[in-house]
Structures are given as C-alpha cells and as structure tokens.
Write a protein of this length. Structure first.
Length: 361
C-alpha cells in the first residue's frame, strides 16, 4: 500500500463535481485569513495567525466591513504557523491592502527560514532600492525578484504575487493587472523554506525578518496563500469577485464559479486514456489528525491488461459535508470513483492524536 500523510484542505460544503473558490480547486489553498475581527484561518488547515507584541486591532471599513489594522509600530505585526509553507513547489499570495504610509522599508510580508534565505514584498522598496520590491533571496543565488511602480496610498488595492517554479518566474499583479515579472528565480523553494513541518520557518505579515526595519502601516483584508502558481485569469477572478458583491456568497463561505478554463475536467462517465484497459487500482492509506480532514492523492497506481507500466489513474474522491468523520481517533474507509469505469479506489483513513504532516510512500 501507498501511505499518504495529510496536509489537509480547506472546509467547504460538498457539491457535485470539484468544489472551487474563485476558479481555484480547493486543494490548492494553504490558508485564508479574512481578518474580519479575528486571525482565524478559514481553510481546513487550521493554520491560525497570531498577533505578536500587542493585541491585534481591527477597523470598520466602508468597503469590506471589519478589517485588520496594522499601525506601523515595532510591536504590531502578525505571525503565521511555521508549518504553513512546508513541502511546497510553487506559491501564490493574494491580499487586499490599503497602505497608509509611503515610508521605505515596510514589508507587506516576509517569509523564510532565515534573514538570508527568505521571500518578501516591500511596497515602497528597501534601503536605496525604490518601487514595489518582490524578492526571493538565498545564500546560494543572491536576490532575485521584480520591481514595479510604487502603489497608491489610502486606496484599497488587490495584490497578488506568484512564484512559478516551473518557469522560474515571479509575477506581481495589482488589481488584476500584471505590473512586474522577473525570471531566473531559484529552481527550488527549499532554498528559502524548510520543507518539513517540524522544521522552522518564520512567517511574518507586516514585518521584516531583519530587525530594525519599518513595520507596515496599512489595513488588510482576505490574505490568501496557495500552494500552486495561479494563472492571470485566476488572479483576475479573485479580484473581480471581491469588487463585485454579486460575484461572491459572503466572506465566510465559498462561491462556486462557473469559470473552468483553468481546471482540467474529468467527467465521471467518460473513460480517460488507458482506463479501458484498467483492471484495478492500489489501495492507499491516509493518516491525519483529529479535527483535520484528510487530503487524498489525485492519482494512484493502476494495473492494466496488456500494459506492464501504465500511467497513474485519476481518482474522483467524494467531498465531505463536514469534519464529523475525523472528530475522534480511529479508522474509516473512503471510496473514490475512476471516470468511465466501475472500479473504485479504496482509501483507509487513520485518525490519530499526534500531528504528522509528512508525506510518505
């Protein structure tokens, strides 16, 4: 059997087909902080943020209601759990921000394993470097990133920053428009992030990992982290759904977009290539912890007639209505569907008390 240890996915209500939020599959999200009065992670991963130094402050805003207010003081910033960026290959960040100071040296965020190996965004530049800086810096390759024009003050802006490792590029979007694009970033994010959940990453919102830098003076709303490189269409969809109230259900729920251009579809009744030769698929084991829904692999090993080494098989797993199946320790079985066949995939889920997020085969 293959063994998969959960990194979990965010909580949604089950519907037919793949559930999506703003055109992005649910498994792509690491965390979502709406900041509407608390620092709660609204994804399934329960990666709740923490106010450092002082108690977090929230302000009433005419556009988004209650939002996070960072004063720029040295003891006013937010930290995220160290395991949030473990085991990632690409990365996307999306947030609404209203900047209230153009002082250089402010950091929108700064994530990494050290002050010499980190990924950050500085809206008004750092040191003598002006403009909106988005940079990946490592001891091995130095600093690589993009520079775009400094953003406007006292205006809500939607900022999305995409690290696409496959194309070795980092892209910055403001209000759905590409404003910065840089190539030649490190080919692996392990240069700047520790890859195991138990290893230490430091993740700050509103503060630099380096001491002595200016903290962020701004309002923040709906800060999202994805484990995938969002496309320009997905970035635009997030932006448009936020500025058009009719396009979203509410801040606490999930809107199911009809837009599916960026999502590969697998009809349940249509056999995929090679599936007509499929005889069976391997059972898998998935481990998770109490209260955290398991994450199932999209593809598993299959056995084919007349084929010695056939491709991995796409599996459609059912979406739960809630997390009642993982509220206590024990085991249960989940069956997945293979498109175009009567074959079912079997996953044995073990719910344990200890956190163990490492993927094993």
């Amino acid at each position: 059997m293959h063994h998969f240890f959960s990194q979990s996915i965010y909580n949604v209500k089950a519907q037919s087909g793949d559930q999506i939020l703003d055109g992005i599959g649910e498994t792509g999200m690491i965390a979502r902080y709406i900041f509407n009065g608390d620092l709660k992670d609204w994804s399934r991963n329960n990666l709740h943020a923490k106010a450092e130094g002082v108690q977090s402050h929230f302000a009433n805003d005419i556009q988004f209601g209650k939002v996070l207010s960072l004063s720029g003081d040295s003891d006013d910033f937010i930290s995220l759990p160290a395991a949030s960026l473990a085991d990632i290959e690409s990365l996307s960040l999306s947030t609404w921000v209203k900047l209230r100071s153009d002082q250089p040296g402010q950091y929108l965020f700064d994530f990494g394993k050290s002050v010499t190996n980190h990924f950050f965004a500085a809206p008004f530049g750092i040191d003598d470097e002006k403009g909106f800086q988005t940079t990946i810096r490592s001891e091995k390759s130095g600093g690589n990133g993009g520079v775009s024009p400094s953003p406007e003050l006292n205006k809500w802006l939607h900022v999305a920053i995409i690290i696409d490792v496959s194309s070795k590029s980092i892209m910055t979007y403001i209000d759905g428009k590409l404003v910065g694009n840089s190539k030649e970033i490190p080919s692996e994010l392990k240069m700047v992030f520790n890859q195991l959940p138990d290893d230490r990453n430091t993740l700050f919102i509103g503060k630099s990992l380096k001491s002595g830098k200016s903290n962020l003076n701004a309002l923040l709303h709906d800060f999202r982290i994805y484990r995938v490189a969002l496309s320009k269409t997905q970035v635009l969809t997030i932006y448009k759904n936020s500025v058009n109230p009719a396009g979203i259900a509410n801040d606490n729920g999930v809107n199911v977009s009809n837009f599916k251009e960026d999502i590969q579809q697998f009809p349940k009744t249509e056999a995929q290539l090679y599936n007509t030769y499929l005889e069976k698929v391997a059972d898998i084991e998935v481990a998770t912890e109490v209260g955290v829904l398991p994450r199932f692999p999209s593809y598993i090993q299959g056995t084919y007639r007349q084929l010695k080494n056939g491709p991995a098989v796409r599996v459609l797993w059912p979406l739960p209505n809630d997390n009642s199946s993982v509220l206590s320790q024990g085991q249960y079985i989940v069956y997945g569907q293979i498109p175009g066949t009567q074959i079912r995939a079997k996953a044995i889920v073990t719910v344990g008390a200890e956190k163990n997020q490492q993927l094993r085969f």
